[in-house]
Design a protein around this ligand. Structure first.
Ligand code: PXL
Length: 278
């Protein structure tokens, strides 16, 4: 696959921020985002929203970071280091969603810095990572400032109450998500287990773009959604258009899924480490 341009040693690479939760098992969340950023030649900036207590089997609990610390991390970074794009992952509560949305606007980032919103609601085992009462703030506060939203089919059901079962309902979902205000909506088809391909549908209110790859059959796909969003944000920081960034990210996550490995007793993570192969 083609990678992103690398910055020569000693020069400052593009900076991308992940606004997300930590996964103590190291498979998803901030840890997955930082691996993707690093292996794509991006400097990682981090706003921690929550710390999960988790292994490959379950999320046992999580601790939310106080909202002033969440806002402070964003402000401290953008006022000094500057970022070319950001992505959100686990946001845990409506208070944190409101804080991230308000800080994003207050720092003048809306309309100038691309924001990829991965509306993480639950782990792959179904453990909640977002309070159900926070779905409203996700729809009305965060989606309107997003450049791109990237829900999977479970998140689509929660956000717009549409059961995606085929191409027609995938289009309906893309339209309903776009109506909530993001510039672009990507409906990821990876969870449509009946299909032999994994087809993601991108929509901007006018045009549909489809990105399709053969389905890779592995139980080890922890962190796949985070990785797709992180790679998309990385490409946006390089000035790619949204369709080009999604196409790049889809290729990247496909290779990461191909390189996924077993870990612990549950589901292993997708792996960006393939990039280090000699
Ligand atoms: O993959 C979604 C995700 C995001 N962030 C954190 C997670 C998970 C899934 O388990 O734990 C912190």
């Amino acid at each position: 696959m083609r990678f992103l341009p690398l910055t020569p040693p000693g020069q400052t690479p593009p900076r991308v921020m992940t606004i997300a939760g930590s996964d103590s098992g190291g498979g998803a969340g901030i840890e997955a985002d930082m691996r993707t950023f690093a292996l794509l030649g991006i400097h990682s900036c981090v706003t921690v929203t929550a710390v999960t207590v988790q292994n490959s089997v379950t999320v046992k609990s999580f601790h939310e970071i106080p909202v002033d610390i969440v806002a402070g991390q964003i402000s401290a970074v953008v006022s000094d280091i500057g970022i070319g794009a950001a992505k959100t992952g686990m946001l845990a509560s409506s208070e944190i969603i409101t804080t991230v949305s308000e800080t994003w606007r207050a720092e003048g980032l809306h309309g100038t810095v691309p924001l990829v919103v991965d509306p993480v609601c639950a782990s792959m085992h179904g453990d909640p990572l977002l309070r159900p009462s926070a779905l409203g703030s996700m729809r009305t506060e965060l989606f309107p400032i997003a450049t791109l939203v990237t829900p999977n089919l479970d998140e689509v059901r929660l956000l717009v109450d549409i059961d995606v079962v085929d191409e027609a309902t995938q289009r309906d979902a893309a339209r309903a998500l776009h109506d909530l205000g993001p510039q672009w909506a990507l409906v990821k088809g990876g969870h449509l287990r009946t299909s032999a391909t994994s087809a993601d549908l991108l929509y901007n209110g006018t045009d549909f773009y489809e990105f399709s790859t053969d389905r890779l059959d592995t139980p080890h796909d922890h962190g796949a959604g985070d990785t797709l969003a992180a790679a998309t944000a990385s490409a946006l920081a390089h000035g790619y258009s949204v369709p080009d960034a999604v196409q790049f990210a889809k290729g990247w996550v496909t290779e990461c899924i191909r390189a996924a490995y077993p870990l612990g007793h549950g589901h292993g993570p997708v792996s960006a480490l393939f990039r280090l192969a000699q």
